[in-house]
Design a protein around this ligand. Sequence first.
Ligand code: NAP
Length: 249
Amino acid sequence: MNKKVIVITGGSRGIGAATAQIAAARGYAVCISYLHNKAAADDIVGAIGNASGDAIAVQADVAQEADVVRLFETVDRTFGAVTALVNNAGILERHMRVDEMDAGRLNRILAANVTGSFLCAREAVRRMSTRHGGAGGAIVNLSSVAARLGAPGEYVDYAASKGAIDALTTGLSKEVAAEGIRVNAVRPGVIYTDIHASGGEPGRVDRVKDAVPMKRGGDAIEVANAILWLLSDEASYTTGALIDVAGGR
Ligand code: NAP
């Protein structure tokens, strides 16, 4: 059997870190990328190593094309060609209305969330596609229920970036479906991670959880389980799907 090699962008914390640990337990060689937090990334690599898994961490800003190319070349040299990609790295900024947003903020959000996912998908397709001599693979993009709720008064820019991720998922899934690659998205609701602190409200999940039909926030591992299912052979006929992991919201 070919070696399973997974790249998880933004794997140092939150949903990416949970995904990395489950993937390693399921036999993937794991590469996580991170932006600034080397210590957290090294902790995840260490935990995987302690459980007899294979993992590396690579600093790479997904918004920078040269960093993304270097990330995938590092994986090629260390583990061989990637067979699974999780486009997980994503950011949001402080809550504000659209009439307060400047171009700098908009460009940062779109560069990290949209350009970064496109660039990583490009590098993965170049390695996975039978059109390029690859053996196939699977990609999961992290969208958000914000793509359909819109996040008014908080971060419509972030919601719009996730709408773009849904379109990337739909379009790319059709583009590469006959080339051995499945492309799907997971759309989390409110999940207990650090991302809400970036919006200026670390306790946001507890504030909004009563609006969730299940009356609670989600754990990163509950999202990671959906990601791992979509990557697995159990999802062999699933492509172009947008799966909400949002407690019914
Ligand atoms: P998080 O806890 O804030 O972690 C973000 C991760 O992304 C970190 O590993 C961070 O690295 C990395 N990162 C940020 N910018 C990056 C860049 N430019 N290049 C490379 N890596 C970068 O986030 P999370 O809550 O786990 O979210 C993961 C994904 O799920 C995101 O796409 C997010 O939009 C989506 N999502 C989350 C929720 C939620 O409620 N948490 C809901 C819906 C969707 P450092 O550690 O180095 O900073």
